[in-house]
Design a protein around this ligand. Structure first.
Ligand code: ATP
Length: 348
C-alpha cells in the first residue's frame, strides 16, 4: 500500500493542530513522524486512520481518494502506546479478535493467530492471559493483533512509549527486523529521535502542525534544514554569532565566510562530537580550558571555556580522553569540524 497526503489541515476550534501537511509513503517504506509533544503527529496518524476527519486536504491510498472513507474500510492496523489488550481474553483470542468480528471461522483464525504469535517471537504463550505477560510482550501481542486482519498499512503511535529504556531499545531492533521480513508499509509516530533515526527509511520532523524537514535519517542529522531540526535532533552547541569582514565569528571561533552584510546576526549550531579536542596546538588551534568533565560511558562530555563568555561542549571517546590526559583545568586546543549556520535573526 502507498499513501499520498496533500495539504492536510485539521483545526480544533480555533487551534490549528495540522497545518498544510503533505508527504508520501511508498510501498514497504518505514516512515516516521518525529516531533515534540503537541506538534500534531498523532493527529496526522488519526486522520490517515480515519479516526478524525480533516478540515481540508486529501488522503490517497494506492491512488484512490479515501479522505471520506470510514475507518473500517481503510485496511489499516494500529498499535498505540496504551492500546490495552482485552483482559478477559487469552492471548490467542486477543490476536484472533479482528478475524472473529469479520466472521472468519475458528480453526482458520486460531491457525493465523498462532502463526502471528510465532512471528512476534511469543510461540507457546497462546493460552496465557494479558496480565501474565510483561509490558514488552504485551506490545508484541498488540502488534500481532494489528497484523491479523492483514492490513496494507501499519500505524504505530508511540508503541513502546510506556516501556523502560532498555526494553524500548530491544523492541526497536526487533521491530526493524520484523519490518525487513514482512515489508509492510509503516508509519510510526514518536518523539524519540533515536527510535526515528534507527528505524526509518524516511523521517518527517514536525513542529507546530507543520513538517519542518522530510529526509533520510542521515540527512536529518547531518543537514538539518531549519534551526528547529538542528536543535531537536541530536545534541548541539547553539551560539549567536556576528558577521565581520564576511566571516562568521563567535568569540575566538571562526565558522567560515559568507556573502552577507557585516554586522548580520546568525545562529550557529555544531554538535559536541564535531568538536575536535587536542592537547597540543596543530589542526586545532583555538585555546581553551577544561571546566567540567562528565562521564557518559563510551564518551566524555567536556565543557571547554575558550574565553570569558564563550564556553562550548565537546564529546570525545573515553579512550581518547584518557590517552590525552584530559583533566579539569587542563589547557586544550579545539576546532569545530562541522557546523550549521542559520541566517534568521536579522541585523545587529
Ligand atoms: P504527543 O506526542 O504529546 O501525543 P502530538 O505531536 O502527537 O503530541 P497531537 O496529539 O497530534 O500532538 O496534538 C496536537 C495538538 O492538537 C495539541 O496541542 C493537542 O492539544 C491538540 N489536540 C489534539 N486532539 C485534540 C482534540 N480532540 N481536541 C482539541 N485539541 C486537540
Amino acid at each position: 500500500m502507498n499513501i499520498k497526503i496533500e495539504h492536510l489541515r485539521k483545526n480544533f476550534s480555533d487551534f490549528t493542530a495540522v497545518n498544510d501537511v503533505s508527504f508520501t509513503v511508498s510501498e514497504s517504506e518505514f516512515v516516521t513522524l518525529l516531533g515534540p509533544s503537541g506538534s500534531g503527529k498523532s493527529t496526522v496518524l488519526r486522520l490517515i486512520a480515519g479516526l478524525e476527519s480533516p478540515d481540508s486536504g486529501i488522503i490517497e491510498v494506492n491512488g484512490e481518494d479515501v479522505t471520506r472513507i470510514p475507518v473500517q474500510e481503510r485496511k489499516v492496523g494500529f498499535v498505540f502506546q496504551h492500546y490495552a489488550l482485552f483482559r478477559h481474553m487469552s492471548i490467542l483470542d486477543n490476536i484472533a479478535f479482528g478475524l472473529k468480528v469479520r466472521g472468519v471461522k475458528r480453526s482458520v483464525r486460531e491457525a493465523k493467530a498462532k502463526e502471528l504469535l510465532h512471528l512476534v517471537g511469543l510461540s507457546g504463550l497462546d493460552r496465557r492471559m494479558p496480565t501474565q505477560l510483561s509490558g514488552g510482550q504485551r506490545q508484541r501481542v498488540a502488534l500481532a493483533r494489528a497484523l491479523a486482519p492483514e492490513p496494507g498499512l501499519l500505524l504505530l503511535d508511540e508503541p513502546f512509549g510506556a516501556l523502560d529504556a532498555r526494553l524500548r531499545k530491544e523492541l526497536r531492533s526487533w521491530l526493524k527486523k520484523l519490518h525487513e521480513r514482512i515489508k509492510l508499509t509503516t508509519l510510526l509516530v514518536t518523539h524519540d529521535q533515536e527510535e526515528a533515526l534507527e528505524l526509518s527509511d524516511k523521517v518527517l520532523v514536525m513542529n507546530q502542525g507543520r513538517i519542518e524537514q522530510e529526509a533520510a535519517p542521515q540527512a536529518i542529522f547531518d543537514k538539518p534544514a531549519t534551526e528547529f531540526v538542528a536543535a531537536f535532533v541530536g545534541e548541539t552547541n547553539r551560539v549567536e554569532a556576528i558577521v565581520q569582514d564576511g566571516e562568521v565569528y563567535w568569540g575566538p571561533l571562526r565558522f567560515g565566510s559568507y556573502y552577507v552584510p557585516d554586522g548580520s546576526k546568525v545562529t550557529v549550531h555544531f554538535r559536541p562530537n564535531d568538536v575536535y579536542v587536542a592537547s597540543q596546538p596543530g589542526e586545532a588551534h583555538t585555546a581553551g580550558v577544561i571546566r567540567s568533565i562528565l562521564f557518559l560511558g563510551a564518551t566524555e562530555s567536556l565543557e571547554i571555556e575558550l574565553d570569558k563568555g564563550h564556553t562550548i561542549t565537546a564529546h570525545v571517546p573515553t579512550g581518547v580522553a584518557a590517552q590525552s590526559g584530559f583533566h579539569l583545568g587542563k589547557e586544550v586546543y579545539v576546532s569545530v569540524t562541522r557546523s550549521h549556520i542559520f541566517f534568521s535573526l536579522g541585523s545587529a
